[in-house]
Design a protein around this ligand. Structure first.
Ligand SMILES: Cc1cc2nc3c(=O)[nH]c(=O)nc-3n(C[C@H](O)[C@H](O)[C@H](O)COP(=O)(O)OP(=O)(O)OC[C@H]3O[C@@H](n4cnc5c(N)ncnc54)[C@H](O)[C@@H]3O)c2cc1C
Length: 453
């Protein structure tokens, strides 16, 4: 197919340099990626995706696949290549009887959650409404329902996927066990997922919201220990960071380190009140925990916010006093205008899935930590990268492990850390079968296994 003929071949849209909406269409969430693709295809269905893949193959164009556009590495846009942007494929069909939903590959976590909530259901995604379900769920998907129900990949029942050769496959655990295993944690390495089928749970009102605590090492250690020992219904995400200048933060705390935690108790709200009592006993500076409709856990977002950041992710098995002191020390020493150490307490349903059941294999790790410095000038990047890397090494203490969706410019050795050896070898074999030329390489890349001699 020629570049000129694609417009007549597909039902969706094609955007090229010079088109009025080109600059908006090529923008991604993370700042600092000013890439100019030669073409953006916004498919209407899987056959449009197949046509765009053929175009990229035949013309040797680098291929970017974009859903919510939140890749930390700006992988959703290519310099000079072709972008398949799924944002127009965001339909959702809910089957309340079967408790499943089919959702288009371009839907965001927030849009899915709002539609499912309207019928009294939810599927767990991450902490931010504008993140794409696709990128999130292909890497794992940790959020406010994870300890209760598992990661987003644990809710995935089937998918429609277009492979590098243009084949449109309907896959699930019975029909394509290897491929279905690989897309649950292996990221966008295996094809373009155009539709997902997820399990739904009856989740309506929950108990949750925000609790702001003082960020002393003692409180950080106690918070993690209490959250890890809480009922599985309670999932927490704690951000140790300078207190923002928001109306509910008193002047004396603004800019000082606090633990800003968000949490959801996915069960009877009155029981949630009891479950959070040990956290409330840590002496909150602000307490906004309350019964609420589940979608309210998603904070409103500023569409013009495009932060540039340096970040590093790792797994820990606990946050003891020494680790908590390391966290406070590194955050206090940084001069970044914004810096955060995000602590996600895992366990619960995440840990009840066998480590070889999906390509996300770090099932037994108890805590995920993500450290980030946000800066305003790209020239500052090396300095803050060095800070994040040093912070990681100090906390991780040689215990390997990474979550692929929060990897940044870490490099190949850390992509390997996201996957234990058996998982890595199996992913490479699946990659060889479905993408032998590594067409899908603008990602945290799993290269195809070498051909047997
Ligand atoms: C503000 C913010 C909050 C976050 N919160 C969480 C969180 O709470 N929990 C969590 O687990 N992660 C979280 N993440 C990480 C997030 O899961 C990843 O950045 C994810 O890749 C974003 O997906 P996306 O579709 O928005 O991004 P995109 O940039 O559109 O896609 C990222 C990559 O995913 C692949 N991809 C996307 N769509 C498809 C598709 N349909 N088919 C095949 N491959 C595809 C491609 O390789 C693409 O380059 C967060 C990230 C940010 C920036």
């Amino acid at each position: 197919m020629s570049i000129d003929s694609i417009r007549t071949h597909i039902k969706g849209r094609v955007i090229e340099p010079g088109d009025a909406n080109y600059d908006d269409a090529r923008a991604v969430f993370v700042g600092g990626f000013d890439r100019h693709p030669s073409m953006i295809v916004r498919p209407a269905d899987a056959s449009d995706v197949a046509a765009a893949i053929a175009l990229a193959q035949e013309n040797g164009l680098e291929l970017a696949v974009r859903s919510g556009g939140h890749s930390t590495m700006g992988f959703g846009v290519s310099e000079g290549g072709l972008v398949i942007d799924l944002r127009d494929m965001r339909d959702i069909a809910i089957d309340g009887k079967e408790r499943t939903a089919w959702a288009g590959g371009g839907i965001t976590a927030g849009a899915y959650t709002a539609s499912a909530h309207a019928q009294g259901f939810a599927t767990g995604f991450g902490d931010t409404a504008s993140v794409g379900v696709s990128g999130l769920a292909l890497g794992g998907g940790d959020g406010y329902l994870s300890r209760k129900f598992g990661l987003s990949i644990d809710e995935l029942l089937a998918a429609e996927l277009v492979t590098a050769d243009g084949a449109i496959l309907q896959i699930d655990g019975s029909s394509s066990p290897d491929l279905f295993w690989a897309i649950r944690g292996g990221g966008g390495n295996f094809g373009v997922v155009t539709r997902f089928k997820f399990r739904l749970h009856e989740v309506d009102a929950v108990f949750g919201g925000m609790l702001m605590l003082p960020a002393t090492p003692q409180v950080i250690e106690s918070f993690v220990a209490e959250a890890a020992g809480a009922a599985d219904e309670l999932s927490t995400i704690a951000n140790v960071m300078p207190a923002p200048p928001l109306p509910f933060v008193s002047a004396e705390h603004r800019g000082k380190l606090v633990i800003l935690t968000q949490m959801v108790y996915a069960g009877v709200p009155a029981e949630g009140e009891r479950a959070v009592a040990p956290l409330r006993a840590l002496g909150p500076l602000v307490d906004k925990l309350r019964p609420m409709p589940y979608p309210q856990i998603y904070a409103p977002e500023d569409p013009n916010f495009h932060p540039m950041g340096a970040n590093r992710v790792m797994f820990l098995d606990a946050v003891d006093r020494e680790a908590a002191e390391t966290i406070v020390d590194h955050l206090e020493r940084s001069e970044a205008r914004f810096r955060v150490c995000q602590i996600r307490v895992l366990g619960g349903a995440i840990a009840r899935v066998r480590s070889d059941a999906t390509a996300y294999a770090h099932r037994s790790r108890r805590v995920m930590v993500n450290v980030t410095a946000v800066f305003g000038d790209p020239k500052e990047a090396p300095r803050y990268r060095a800070w994040a890397e040093e912070f990681r090494i100090a906390l991780q203490k040689g215990q390997p492990g990474a979550y692929v969706n929060f990897l940044a410019d870490d490099g190949p050795a850390r992509i390997r850390e996201a996957y234990p050896s058996d998982t890595w070898d199996r992913l490479r074999a699946v990659k060889r079968r479905y993408d032998p030329t590594n067409l899908f390489r603008l990602n945290q890349n799993v290269p195809p296994a070498a051909a047997a001699s």
